[in-house]
Design a protein around this ligand. Structure first.
Ligand code: 3ON
Ligand code: FE
Length: 490
């Protein structure tokens, strides 16, 4: 199943559309069991819990969602201890999930275009947001938090995954506050004398956009907060940090909310990419002191950044770029998406020069890829390896079926592909306790196996990749393709 030469181009399609679609079926059930079907060996030193969030439902009472990103958040937890694994999944009991499961139909509109039944008339002027808690899950300050960028986090019990309620984070948030789904753990925070801190942001978009930056100490206490206004509408899903800056890419998009207000489209469907406008790189000093800097670079659309760092008076930022904002044609379904007709994500490096206020960009990876991950100690620091979910083929757009390891110092790549039946997502790098080498650790990846129509947790050794997983923990059911996750050593 592994491919020797990552540069090979395969001319045929490496997956069947029907197999891919199988990973976008609702999983309404909640399970809790010991995983007894394990191929290979779970490393006994790998102790802790892998949490992963993502849409669990692709329908509400039989009403199909317009887009998977509108799906209710379902948390997967796989606890690893002494070479054994316990699986549990639970939906976040958001207000919307509870109400809609009772009503057996959509009661809210989704940001990505899901409408309430009844046509535009039933949807017009309903601008309430349903907090679906589906994007990420983190453990910080003793709290397990399910995140969705347009509303407050939900706090969960880390053992039972029971929903405990909305979380206001030491008073940092108020009712209805946004809180992004991409917090970063700075391994060595200036304001804490080298202790780690959690850095995150909140966006309030409009004619101008307000970005609020937050930092929390390991106890979850707010240690720093400041807000900044930038011109124009901004869609900011992720950011990157260095010791001194929080960096955002303001994608060149325009937002015309009229069809949303009138009940014709979802808010995200009203975003339009403008290939003639530059991407604006926003650098906010993390201390809160000093001026916000804005540089311009070539137009691209970015959801995710891999990492950023400061080196010799320059700032580097590595990001997954698309040549446009991926949109669905009116009347077409995501189940029928023509992969070759939409842009592929590719990794680019941007070099920012704050002396000359200029940015340079170069492509690092051509193969279609998403969901970058790296060694947690290298976040915001110069780093060597980036791990990504990638397509099987070296060129073209396709679903993620492989895991890619890219050495940023040599350009060398290793790939493990699960094609034609396997579909991947975010690989999470966990350093081996006591490791000294940058890549001494494991990658955890929840993949969908269309052969069994079930999912599994694959554990790869990050150093010896191509031979494939050292352990495959087979689940008894499928988990829909998901978004982001994290690992706690508890
Ligand atoms: O009206 C504004 C516009 C807008 C779009 C304001 C707003 C805050 C309400 C808003 C909301 C944005 C939201 C809720 C964004 C949520 C994004 C999300 C759930 C997921 C994004 C995922 C990104 C990627 C690149 C996923 C890739 C997946 C694959 C390659 C396939 O598995
Ligand atoms: Fe994301």
């Amino acid at each position: 199943q592994s491919i020797e030469n990552p540069m090979q181009t395969l001319s045929h399609q490496n997956f069947a559309m029907e197999d891919w679609r199988g990973g976008y079926r609702s999983q309404p059930e909640e399970f809790a069991y010991w995983i007894d079907e394990v191929e290979g060996q779970i490393p006994p030193e790998l102790e802790g819990t892998y949490f992963r969030n993502g849409p669990g439902l692709l329908d509400i009472g039989g009403y199909e969602l317009r887009h998977p990103f509108d799906g209710d958040g379902m948390i997967n937890a796989i606890a690893l201890s002494k070479g054994r694994a316990f699986y549990r999944n639970r939906f976040v009991r958001t207000e919307g999930y509870v109400a809609e499961q009772k009503a057996r139909k959509p009661l809210f509109r989704g940001v990505f275009g899901t409408q309430k039944p009844g046509g535009w008339f039933a949807n017009a002027f309903d601008l309430r947001l349903k907090n679906i808690a589906n994007t990420n899950i983190i453990h910080w300050g003793g709290k397990l938090l399910a995140l969705w960028e347009a509303a407050e986090p939900h706090r969960l019990d880390p053992h039972t995954l029971e929903t405990l309620g909305l979380e206001y984070l030491d008073g940092a948030l108020q009712a209805g506050s946004a809180f992004a789904a991409h917090p970063k753990i700075d391994p060595s925070c200036d304001r804490l004398g080298g202790e780690p801190c959690l850095v995150n942001f909140a966006v309030k978009p409009g004619l101008s956009t307000t970005i609020t930056l937050y930092e929390f100490n390991p106890l979850g206490q707010l240690i720093n907060q400041h807000s900044h206004s930038v011109a124009g509408f901004a869609f900011l899903h992720d950011f990157a940090i260095t010791p001194h800056y929080a960096i955002f890419f303001q994608n060149p998009v325009t937002f015309n909310p009229l069809p949303y207000v009138l009940g014709l489209k979802g808010a995200a469907e009203c975003i339009e990419f403008n290939p003639k406008a530059p991407t604006r790189v926003i650098l906010i000093p993390r201390s809160g002191k000093g001026k916000v800097k804005i540089l311009e670079t070539d137009p691209c659309f970015v959801f995710h950044h891999a990492n950023a760092f400061e080196q010799e008076e320059k700032i580097y930022i590595d990001s997954i770029c698309y040549t446009g904002f991926p949109t669905l044609d009116e009347g077409s379904s995501y189940h029928q998406v023509d992969f070759s007709a939409i842009p592929a994500g590719q990794l680019w490096r941007f070099t920012l020069d704050l002396e000359t206020d200029s940015a340079r960009s170069e492509q690092l990876i051509q193969r279609c890829c998403e969901f970058p991950s790296l060694h947690p100690a290298q976040i915001g620091q110069p780093y060597r390896f980036v791990y990504l979910g990638s397509a099987h083929a070296a060129t073209g757009n396709a679903p993620l079926q492989a895991v890619l390891k890219h050495d940023l110092t040599t350009g060398e790549q290793q790939i493990w592909s699960a094609a034609p039946k396997g579909f991947t997502g975010e690989p999470l790098f966990i350093p081996r306790p006591g490791a000294t080498a940058d890549d001494d650790g494991w990658l955890l990846i929840l993949l969908y196996d269309a052969e069994r129509r079930c999912s599994e947790l694959a554990i790869l050794s990050a150093q010896s990749f191509a031979q494939g997983p050292i352990a495959r923990l087979k689940l008894r059911h499928h988990v829909p393709y998901g978004l982001h996750g994290s690992f706690t050593h508890q």
